[in-house]
Design a protein around this ligand. Structure first.
Ligand code: NDP
Length: 473
């Protein structure tokens, strides 16, 4: 839009101050906060409110991860004197029903969050009207808005190969019927590792296929090796440097997965968790002059502004970090810019510090991390010394549980400033532990601060404040 267009858009009258396309985490947050500050807001969503996170992502995944964790707890309890008088039996249908009920409840919570401050919720697919980035069509009706936020999220990507239609994506895993006794998981990222752990815990025989040598590309190398060992110990058969050539259905209904070296695997379900792509199809972005990049993600500047003035994009559709809390933070930056909070003492929020976003992978055991990997730290601070502290140990819990699970922790310290620039963990409740340390890292904590901090004894987390001897420098 040119400046002349923009000044005419100021004089133009609009149906809404803000139109949000997409009712996932980022979209709902932006809509309800803008409305709470007095803006006239509409939100369009064609699916269930809450988006991927609530319906087929973080929340049901974590619930299933808890379900899977009981298998270990039952086994471990014997070491603590418990006797199970009969073998525990897992009821998949009961778990699915309980999850569906809880997600239904959350969908209602999201609707109330929007209804409360008066957001007009439009149920249908939204697209920009041709040539006008300030007019959005939903179910054949046109709505104009001074500002538009695109927060349509992403969807699973599955490569092309013969039999692709027989592959599942993560969205479908929550309601599989029947329970897959043999599951093949393709991919080594967040989703693949989490589902491999979940279904292993729930009782499937799980084979995980990686196209490279290790799981979790992009994570710290030591952590990648450590978690692969731990996942292997739980019984997941991880096969490296292998690709799927085709999938076919055998006469008995089972699937045959043909690998690139000619080997065949039999499975009841095959999950492809091979990345996610932005949901930009059918939005009419090109006609409205909104640019996308080579991956289809909406191009945005540091303030989440697209190539069209007044139009913003946040969360997975603009692909910085595909994480719910990042989308929430981005939503608040845009809302603060468009509809400043008169009560705010610190002024408008700044974009999050993308280098220090903590994240967890809910494998068994969990992974959590904040800051740079060792390789990233050495590159980022090239020429400066990076001091590495690492430890691994059997946690107190497993001295009696009979399990050989071990915990891994690693700290990276930038020697010239003493700042802790990377913190990595594999172990029970890693996500809960690293969240706290992330605050310290955001505040610029140094190794001296860690050293001065008194540990909470006996916990695994205390190891982060008692590491004294560097492993390498
Ligand atoms: P990721 O990018 O994490 O992993 C994709 C995996 O698929 C990689 O192992 C990649 O291999 C592999 N892959 C890609 N293409 C192919 C192919 N053609 N054949 C075989 N393997 C292939 O994506 P996910 O789908 O797991 O998750 C998407 C995002 O969602 C994550 O990056 C994360 O941001 C978010 N997420 C966060 C969660 C959390 O916070 N706990 C949970 C789930 C998702 P390679 O490594 O070789 O490239």
């Amino acid at each position: 839009m040119t400046d002349a267009d923009s000044s005419s858009s100021k004089q133009r009258s609009f149906d809404f101050d803000l139109f949000v396309i997409g009712g996932g985490s980022g979209g709902v947050r932006a809509a309800r906060m803008a409305a709470a500050r007095g803006a006239k807001v509409a939100l369009a969503e064609s699916g269930a409110l809450g988006g991927t996170c609530v319906n087929v992502g973080c929340i049901p995944k974590k619930l299933y991860s808890y379900a899977a964790g009981y298998a270990e707890s039952f086994e471990e309890s014997e070491g603590y004197g418990w006797q199970l008088t009969s073998a525990p039996r897992f009821d998949w249908q009961r778990l699915k029903d309980a999850r569906a009920k809880e997600i239904g409840r959350l969908n209602g919570v999201y609707l109330n969050l929007l209804n409360g401050p008066g957001v007009k919720v439009l149920r249908g697919h939204a697209r920009f009207a041709e040539g006008d980035a300030h007019t959005v069509e939903v179910n054949g009706e046109r709505h104009t808005a001074r500002h538009v936020i695109v927060a349509t999220g992403g969807r699973p990507y599955v490569p092309d190969f013969p039999g692709r239609e027989l592959a599942m994506v993560s969205d479908a895993m929550f309601d599989l019927d029947p329970f897959p006794q043999r599951l093949v998981v393709v991919g080594g990222g967040y989703i693949a590792c989490e589902f491999a752990s979940i279904f292993k815990g729930l009782g499937s025989l799980v084979t995980q296929l990686l196209r490279r040598a290790h799981v979790l590309t992009g994570f710290d190398e030591d952590l990648r090796h450590f978690i692969a060992d731990e996942m292997g110990k739980t019984g997941i058969d991880i096969r490296c440097n292998v690709q799927v050539s085709s999938i076919r259905r055998a006469d008995d209904g089972a699937l045959t997965v043909v690998l690139d070296r000619g080997q065949e695997l039999r499975a009841d379900a095959v999950l492809f968790a091979t990345g996610r792509i932005p949901n930009t199809e059918g939005l009419g972005l090109a006609q409205a002059g909104i640019e996308t990049d080579e991956n289809g993600a909406i191009r945005v500047d540091a303030g989440y502004r697209t190539s069209q003035r007044g139009v913003y994009a946040l969360g997975d559709v603009s692909t910085r970090l595909q994480l719910t809390p990042v989308a929430l933070a981005e939503a608040m930056v845009v809302v603060d810019e468009l509809f400043p909070d008169p009560k705010s003492k610190g002024g408008p929020r700044q974009p999050p510090d993308y280098d220090f976003v903590p994240t967890a992978v809910f494998t068994h055991p969990n992974i959590a991390t904040c800051g740079y990997t060792e390789a990233q730290a050495r590159k980022q601070f090239a020429g400066d010394k990076i001091i590495v502290y690492a430890t691994e140990f059997k946690s107190l819990r497993h001295t009696l549980s009979g399990r050989s699970e071990r915990t891994f922790m690693k700290l990276l310290v930038h020697e010239p400033t003493d700042r802790v620039v990377g913190l990595h963990m594999v172990g029970a409740e890693a996500g809960e532990i690293v969240q706290g340390f992330a605050v310290a890292m955001q505040a610029g904590a140094t190794k001296a601060h860690f050293d001065r901090t008194i540990g909470i004894h006996p916990t695994s987390a205390e190891e982060f404040v008692t590491m004294r001897e560097p492993s390498v420098g």
